[in-house]
Design a binder for this molecule. Structure first.
Ligand code: PLP
Length: 392
């Protein structure tokens, strides 16, 4: 991985220090080029027509599914969605729930991995919510206690989008296997940053966002071990055969992508995956680990700054939540933007229950790193935070 070369692919980085990749990442030139190529060279719908533009679009769109599957260690099973939220909702709506079924989730989830289960609870499905320790970490024993023969699904994130800390996904996967409970993992904050293999993770569903991993906005994916869900949508494009008595859906991902899909998005997402593969996921993880360690150590050294979650960088991704005493998170984010061109997120990060658990009603400032961030940028952030802390 060559950071200088990488930064040339993100012209925006000449003007700003972008540290909000946990929300959405920037998009490199080769991904933009792949999208333009589609629009300029072979724009057509997929799966319907025989002329050559459509055949080319169809081939590339189909290959994009294989490519994304390969990126997470699968052969197939990838369905394109708009984002992680849609992928999780597709699972929530796609399981044939029966009376007595229970979902187990955690209090650290992004709202997108909580509300779909709350909605099911309103419709009579049981919901157990495993709580973290005061510092946001989880004891696998609390999952042991929650998962039993009635558990129809365990849905948890691999890494917290607030604290950056890893949840015990592998341990939970073992418990699920022993007890026959299917497992959904929310990979929104891990798939873009860590090598991922669904076989090693031992999950049944993996949901992630293409737009957080250099792909176009409005892209995401759901991987399923078996095509065992009812599709979220039915209609044109997904149908093998239909008469007025009924219909048969196509096999594979096509049965789950009714309607004209975001062809450019899918092709762009495959280009993003190629880009990440070329940079090397191991190297990306090491690079982010180095930056995270420095950022954590630097923040902990500033008087009046409090960092949340585990500071053990082996157990986290490059997301760091902190506050500056006497200055609200929103104000810190404003000051960083206006004074230093640093873009960070502030607030509850779509995790209100976790914020309540941590006793942080105004939320936190969140800096999130990616392959294009540098140690110089981390030093600039630290210097700017130190200045702000002196104002308080
Ligand atoms: C852990 C986690 N899950 C789900 C989501 C929702 O992702 P999207 O907005 O792409 O649907 C996010 C977004 O930040 C996230 O961090």
């Amino acid at each position: 991985m060559n950071p200088e070369e990488i930064r040339r692919d993100f012209p925006l980085l000449k003007d700003v220090i972008y540290m909000d990749s946990a929300s959405t990442s920037l998009t490199p030139e080769p991904v933009l080029a792949s999208i333009l190529e589609y629009y300029r060279g072979y724009r057509a719908n997929v799966g319907r027509v025989v002329y050559r533009l459509s055949r080319l679009a169809d081939d590339l769109y189909r290959n994009a599914h294989r490519n994304v599957a390969d990126f997470i260690g699968a052969e197939e099973g990838v369905v394109f969605t708009r984002n992680t939220t849609e992928a999780i909702n597709a699972v929530a709506q796609g399981i044939k729930w029966r009376r007595g079924d229970v979902v187990v989730t955690t209090a650290s989830e992004h709202h997108s991995n909580l509300l779909p289960w709350m909605r099911l609870r309103d419709m009579g499905v049981g919901l157990k919510i495993v709580k973290p320790d005061p510092d946001g970490s989880f004891d696998p024993a609390s999952f042991e206690a929650a998962i039993d023969g009635d558990t129809m699904l365990v849905a948890m994130t691999i890494a917290s989008n607030v604290l950056g800390t890893a949840l015990p996904a592998r341990e939970v996967s073992e418990i699920c296997r022993e007890r026959g409970a299917p497992l959904l993992l929310d990979g929104a904050q891990s798939v873009p940053h860590l090598p991922t293999n669904v076989g090693d993770l031992g999950c049944d569903y993996l949901c992630f966002s293409g737009h957080k991993m250099l792909g176009p906005s409005g892209t995401g994916a759901l991987w399923m071990r078996e095509y065992d869900l009812l599709p979220l949508l039915v209609g044109g494009g997904a149908v093998e055969e239909v008469d007025l008595e009924g219909y048969t859906l196509k096999g594979g991902y096509e049965g789950y992508e009714a309607g004209s899909p975001d062809v450019a998005g899918g092709i762009g997402l495959a280009a993003a995956v190629d880009y990440l593969r070329h940079a090397g996921m191991e190297e990306i993880a090491l690079h982010e680990g180095r930056l995270t360690r420095r950022l954590l150590a630097g923040l902990l050294d500033i008087e009046g700054v409090e960092v949340y979650g585990s500071v053990d960088s082996r157990e986290r991704v490059g997301i760091i939540s902190f506050n500056v005493a006497g200055v609200s998170p929103t104000e810190v984010a404003h000051l960083l933007d206006e004074g230093s061109d640093i873009m960070v997120r502030s607030g509850h990060h779509c995790c209100m229950p976790l914020m309540r658990h941590l006793g942080l009603p105004a939320g936190t400032v969140r800096a999130s790193l990616y392959l294009y961030n540098t140690s110089e940028e981390v030093e600039e952030l630290l210097a700017a935070v130190e200045e702000i802390s002196k104002m308080a």
